[in-house]
Design a protein around this ligand. Sequence first.
Ligand SMILES: Nc1ncnc2c1ncn2[C@@H]1O[C@H](COP(=O)(O)OP(=O)(O)OP(=O)(O)O)[C@@H](O)[C@H]1O
Ligand SMILES: [Mg+2]
Length: 264
Amino acid sequence: MACASARHQRPAERAGAELEWMQAAEPIIRLEGLEKRYDLGGEAEVRALRGVNLVVNPGSYVAIMGASGSGKSTLLNLIGCLDRPTSGHYFLGGTDVSRMPDDELSEARGARIGFIFQSYNLIAQLTVIENIQVPLLYQGKDLVAYRDRCVKLASLVGLSERLHHRPSQLSGGQQQRVAIARSLVNDPLLILADEPTGNLDSRTGQEVLELIDTLNAQGKTIVLVTHDERIATRAHRVLHMRDGLVEREVVNRPEPGRIHGVFA
Ligand SMILES: Nc1ncnc2c1ncn2[C@@H]1O[C@H](COP(=O)(O)OP(=O)(O)OP(=O)(O)O)[C@@H](O)[C@H]1O
Ligand SMILES: [Mg+2]
């Protein structure tokens, strides 16, 4: 894997970057005037995000709601460094990643961000344990050294007895739990979930949400997109999006590192 070997050539640089990322006083996410336009050819374009400003502190649990097409997934993908803004700035842990070259951006993503998608996005040919290992491959890490960690993560999500099953041999809830274990394999600071219970029945969805609550209680920052008002109440704060903007914020309960009061 070409990009993995390139990473191996720059250990000192990476160690420096690691320190830079750990600026404790910085919000984990700071968005300033973030815009995303999709060019549809000719004069046509979609303004999916029209200048989003947002600060998320480490340890917060933020839910994003809004009508279909309001820009929720676009915003989550930008926060997840899966895509780049057309204009505006994104500071991830204090570092501006808005214009970062592709290899550095994917490195930042792989090292610090875990994803959980509505459709699980598991690889059909791989077993549970192999699917959990996938982000390690992208990071060019030694799978043998991380095997115990992957087994522990499978156990954390209740899948110790299913290590060698393939996704088609699992229920939807079990597949989503594999995806959660996979999202944790690089010990990310930030977990992004786009309608993670959208394909699950309510009881299984509840289990997945409880797992996400536990991760937040352990200090992980969570940003979760949902259409369900009840799910959103689990978050510290709910952002309501409309036409590519955060139209309003509702605070459910105090969140870590955020001052609530007269001057907040
Ligand atoms: N790759 C793309 N090319 C062109 N337009 C896009 C693209 N991706 C999203 N859009 C448009 O950007 C807008 C925001 O889309 P987005 O997927 O962020 O909405 P959403 O709030 O996640 O909706 P949903 O609740 O249906 O998932 C929509 O008008 C959509 O059609
Ligand atoms: Mg969406």
